[in-house]
Design a protein around this ligand. Structure first.
Ligand code: ZN
Length: 509
């Protein structure tokens, strides 16, 4: 065992590296060991922690065989994993392809800044300092006498664990998850296609005067609306407006980009790919002579930029204004009302407005005015776990009260017209259930259950008594969020070979 003697320092370095990684980058496991009472569970989690740290050590050890390779890759890996660990602690966010997609395609600097804090910056600085210390130590050791004694077993262990198709425990842990998440992300990206053929041939409409408004909600879960029986009065104006709530909508996606792609096109659970190959319902409205507009309070991200450009015009509010402002104090949906009113006041009897809100997106308190801060105490820290669950729910509920006001304003402007409005949120939101916050989680009862409601003007009801009655009848039924495309075309009496009216919420089930 002479190699142990000659490479003693390197051996010690590896031990230190593994221990550091386990403590600094898997703190959640250590906290669980501390918190859990059952001694048996404590032992199991401790053994898990040892295994995860050992697997990380194998990879880092391979890098450390060559000091120059280590000097380049270790600090990079350490900082990236430190950022992921920070979000795991601060937001309970587990890194996945959805979050990577959201992060890479979030052109909206304000959303980015909302999840950046001085604590994160401090975190990165500390981990960078530790990286430098490890690199310095590695250089001090110099060359290793028997690199093969280390590299071969480490490589074999990595391959053995990662090539196990049935159970790969490292898949979700740093640093291995970096590879797996990127692989997942690239596979999904392949499905996206920029060329979308015009499929509006044969489209007709027998309306001569109709205003349709589609309000794209954001992060609004159905069970926090008093419309749906929530104990707090969060939707008093919408209740007065007698909107018809659809409280049993299932959204297969839990974050904005894929969800909008799915909702706007004729994609459904059997044809998900249509979200990336087909145009949206907007093109069909245009074909029938509707004036179309996209009024957005969010930057146009990859998942829905195509649809905005199908519209005759695009108005984006609050864009760029806060890019250099570390923390915007307000970012309000009422800013959409003026361009909306301007559009409605224009000439023309056929109109479609798509209103894309910021709604109930985190950081909640920036998305409503003081008048709507009814439920208190509110959120205080941008690090979600530094607030109590009650503070988070209070601020979230205030965003709903504010949405109630904004959508009611739109409804008021439509009352004397032949008009209809559909509101559908892109997904729901976790408010502490199963320890989860925000969205992009696979949480059935919170993330997959978006709020949805429909409002019809008196004129519309008079002209379409059957559709109005059917809508009420269907309101309690279960629908997939793919209902939007066939329903909005059906409601506007647009006929096209692509339309399957059986999927419309305006048809008797
Ligand atoms: Zn969203």
């Amino acid at each position: 065992m002479s190699f142990l003697k000659t490479d003693k320092k390197f051996f010690f370095f590896l031990l230190l590296l593994g221990l550091y990684w386990g403590i600094a980058l898997e703190p959640a496991m250590l906290i669980r060991i501390y918190v859990i009472n059952n001694i048996y569970d404590k032992i199991i989690i401790f053994l898990d922690w040892c295994f995860v740290s050992f697997m990380a050590l194998c990879l880092l050890g391979l890098l450390a065989i060559n000091k120059y390779v280590f000097a380049i890759f270790f600090p990079v890996l350490n900082i990236i994993c430190a950022v992921l660990t920070y979000y795991l602690i601060a937001f309970n966010y587990t890194f996945n392809s959805g979050i990577l997609d959201a992060a890479l395609h979030c052109d909206d600097m304000r959303i980015v800044m909302d999840v950046i804090s001085w604590q994160l910056v401090l975190f990165v600085i500390v981990y960078l300092g530790i990286s430098i210390l490890f690199v310095w130590y590695r250089f001090k050791i110099g060359s290793i006498a028997h690199p093969i004694w280390y590299s071969l077993p480490m490589l074999m262990i990595i391959l053995a664990v990662n090539l196990n198709r049935h159970y790969n425990y490292t898949k979700d842990r740093v640093p291995y998850n970096l590879y797996y998440v990127c692989k997942d992300y690239l596979q999904i990206k392949k499905k996206k296609n920029n060329y979308r053929p015009d499929q509006t041939a044969g489209t007709t409409c027998n309306e001569d005067s109709l205003t349709v408004v589609y309000v794209q909600g954001e992060s609004l879960r159905e069970d926090h609306l008093s419309l749906n029986g929530y104990v707090r009065q969060t939707t008093p104006l919408l209740q007065r407006d007698s909107v018809i709530s659809f409280s049993n909508i299932y959204s297969p996606y839990t974050y904005t980009n894929p969800s909008l792609a799915y909702i706007f096109t004729n994609a459904d659970s059997l044809h998900e790919n249509r979200a990336y190959t087909n145009r949206s319902f907007i093109s069909f409205f245009k074909k029938c002579g509707f004036k179309t507009i996209w009024i957005g309070n969010q930057e146009l991200d990859e998942g829905f930029v195509y649809y905005a450009h199908e519209c005759d015009s695009i108005v984006l509010q609050n864009i760029g204004e806060f890019e250099f402002d570390y923390k915007p104090s307000v970012w309000l949906d009422e800013d959409l009302l003026q361009p909306y009113k301007n559009f409605i006041a224009q000439h023309g009897k056929l109109k479609l407005a798509v209103v894309h809100t910021i709604g109930s997106h985190y950081f909640y308190t920036t998305h409503y005015t003081k008048d709507f801060a009814v439920f208190k105490p509110e959120l205080t820290s941008r690090i979600i776990t530094l607030n109590t669950q009650q503070q988070i729910i209070n601020s979230y509920d205030n965003t709903i009260l504010y949405m109630d006001f904004v959508v009611d304003q739109i409804i008021q402007s439509l009352k004397d017209k032949n008009a209809m409005l559909i509101f559908l949120s892109d997904h729901g939101e976790s408010l502490g259930e199963n320890g989860k916050w925000l969205h992009a989680h696979n949480e059935e009862m919170s993330n997959h259950r978006p709020a949805c409601f429909v409002w019809l003007s008196d004129k519309y009801k008079q002209q379409n008594p059957l559709a109005a009655a059917t809508l009420k009848h269907n309101a309690h039924l279960y629908f997939n969020s793919s209902f939007l495309f066939p329903s909005i075309l059906d409601a506007a009496h647009i006929h096209t070979p692509l339309l399957d009216t059986n999927m419309s919420i305006f048809r008797m089930k």
